[in-house]
Design a protein around this ligand. Structure first.
Ligand code: NAD
Length: 306
């Protein structure tokens, strides 16, 4: 079977100096892509102590193996400069993998504004700045692939990670919107919630789990999603330790009432079981239009006094 390849494509990977980012960078370079390895070499929590050499190390490893790559040391919040590196060196950008990330785990009770702001800044503002900078190039060439990195903490919540979870869920709405804005330009955007051994997980997971969670097993799904043959867009995926799955929203059939004076909490209470019942007639909404349909149905209902 022919190998999936990326010859002639330019792949930008943020946070490409370590963990998952490094694994992506080496994978795409080994399969023909020209890779921009962005990394400022920061600490796991974004506090001072940068070592920009991490991007250089990855570039050297790629070049030693016969591949093509260039380093960029800007913070993702300066996404324009990262994309500029791709354009300056390779004249184009085809794939953007927003992967850079840090943690500031702390409960809401003890969270300082800075713990919140820095997490939003790196994950959300960083992803926006890189995507916004790549967008005109994607539109012009009528082709682009974006992966934004979420987390199970964002999708489901996780104790002590309100800042990180909020940022990671923000990336879901961000990606679903980019997917809609990019559709007619053949720009595809998806969200990935990975699970992999890295310095971000070493304090959380026991050693045996760290061993099973090789970042290399996240890569195959990303490789498929950003390949020209894949038209998937606006979707959420999980990948880790050889497991891959897609996640979607599910809406219960619910209770539809006429929105007039007769619609009281008593009416809602009487019908609460219907609101939370997923067993019959549930749906999988993909856009705002699906909510508008429900409003129209509500307007068509008879009075709630019954
Ligand atoms: P990692 O710490 O090994 O790598 C992240 C890299 O991003 C580091 O090299 C760091 O220097 C770089 N970085 C941080 N802030 C940056 C900035 N402002 N600009 C440029 N580079 C910056 O972490 P990882 O585990 O490989 O995580 C990669 C991504 O996956 C992150 O977004 C993380 O939140 C997400 N994630 C990881 C896991 C997991 O199990 N490892 C789970 C869920 C989500």
């Amino acid at each position: 079977m022919a190998e999936i390849r990326y010859d002639g494509q330019v792949v930008v990977i943020t946070g490409g100096g370590a963990g998952l980012g490094k694994t992506y960078a080496k994978f795409f370079a080994a399969r023909g892509a020209k890779v921009v390895v962005n990394d400022l070499g920061g600490t796991f929590n974004g506090k001072p102590g940068a070592n920009a050499a991490v991007a250089d190390v990855v570039v050297k490893e790629i070049k030693d193996a016969g591949g093509e790559a260039v380093a960029n040391y800007n913070a993702v919040q300066e996404g324009e400069k990262i994309v500029k590196t791709a354009i300056y060196n390779y004249g184009r950008v085809d794939v953007l993998i927003n992967n850079a990330g840090i943690l500031r785990d702390i409960t809401i009770r003890n969270m300082k504004d800075e713990d919140w702001d820095v997490i939003m800044d790196v994950h959300v503002t960083g992803a926006m700045r890189t995507a916004r900078a790549a967008w005109p190039f994607f539109r012009k060439q009528r082709y682009g692939k974006v992966i934004n990195t979420s987390s199970s903490s964002g999708l489901f919540g996780n104790f002590g990670q309100a800042n990180y979870a909020a940022a990671k869920m923000a990336l879901v709405g961000f990606t679903e919107t980019l997917a809609k804005e990019g559709l007619k330009y053949n720009i595809h955007c998806n969200v990935l919630a990975p699970a992999a051994a890295s310095r971000l997980t070493q304090t959380v997971w026991p050693p045996e789990m760290m061993e099973a969670m090789n970042p290399a097993s996240v890569v195959p799904l990303v490789g498929v999603l950003v390949h020209p043959s894949c038209s998937e867009t606006g979707s959420i995926f999980e990948a880790g330790a050889g497991h891959y799955s897609k996640i979607r929203w599910q809406r219960s059939k619910g209770f539809i009432a006429r929105p007039d004076d007769s619609l009281t909490p008593d009416v809602v209470l009487r019908n609460y079981d219907k609101i939370i019942d997923f067993s019959k007639g549930s749906s999988y909404p993909k856009g705002v239009a699906n909510s508008v349909d429900l409003l129209e149905e509500a307007m068509a209902q008879p009075s709630n006094v019954r």
